[in-house]
Design a protein around this ligand. Sequence first.
Ligand code: PLP
Ligand code: COI
Length: 365
Amino acid sequence: METGIPLLPFAIDANLNPMPDSERLKAFENLGFGTLFTDHMAVIRWSVDAGWHDAKITARAPFAIDPASAVLHYAQEIFEGMKAYRTTDDKIVLFRPDQNAKRFAQSAERMAMPVLPQALFLRAVEELVRVDRNWVPSGDSSLYLRPFMFASEAFLGVRPAREYIFSVIASPVGPYFKGGSKPIAVWTAEHYSRAASGGTGAAKCGGNYAGSLVAQAEAQRHGCDQVVFLDAAEHRYVEELGGMNIFYVMADGSLVTPPLGGTILPGITRASIMTLAAESGLKVEERRYTFAEWQDDSKSGKLKEAFACGTAAVVAGIGTVRYEGGEFQIGDGSVGPVTESLREKLVGLQRGVTADPHGWVHPVP
Ligand code: PLP
Ligand code: COI
């Protein structure tokens, strides 16, 4: 248990020039992903000498950082992705924020960064959501929260930095994919890898995404929404997508998802889906699944559905798979019933429509 955290003074420095209500509500009518931002941000600093200090909510503004800041050279940066939802009875809730705090701490350890106490992570997120509560849209939209931390020390030697900035920004979002809830197309990268054994694949660090962009651009050139990464050692086993985990629904009703093993991001949506599926009587197997099996099982009908899942994407059915040698369809190419029912179960919980026996839903008072 971390001690002393609630005593860290958290200054609230209101934005004196917030977006007018009418402008915000107009923007809510057509939300995409990650282009519109709220009036405020949370900031906490850390240094070797002072530890965590200078915690505040302040008007959202650019950082002034030195050109020699370590993050700009050696990419010492980590982040999280979570959402605040407006429930049908007009409360604001977070979904399993303790899991984001925990994963952020694990990412920090992997990247040789200071570990932000989990209570302080949660406090920063909650304070920001409270101040920007009018920015939490209702219906299918939500407020995407992006906690992140970077090395701000000006120093060009290669070692863990001695100064960091932690921050949280927020962005009201609609669907992640342009097609909304239509099935997505994915591109299998047979030559690029995302993460190797012993690397940073399980950490949510910016560098993992930088390395994935050339493959994501290749996916887009082939008309696909996301890239599928295979394992780095043999280029045979499906690992995950550029920004989501993956599940397969087999004809016998069982679910298959690649096991975590250090190269895959341990998704909170993935873990939640595994629990919800098991509770609804589906067998869930974490096992390695090759790209060749995926092709064969799609052709033979042994595979009925596949879906991507993550905070940003929620649950997105996969209709088409493309690769250098061609393409194939999953089922009839539409979103299948198991995918749809798991999506509804998850969203029902997040929106406060269904009961929450697990205590996953965290109200922001
Ligand atoms: N895998 C990657 C590479 C991701 O970026 C994400 C998104 O955060 C996920 C999986 C899904 O994780 P979560 O369900 O915790 O959002
Ligand atoms: C998230 O789902 O929060 C992510 O970080 C993935 C990215 C596609 C935005």
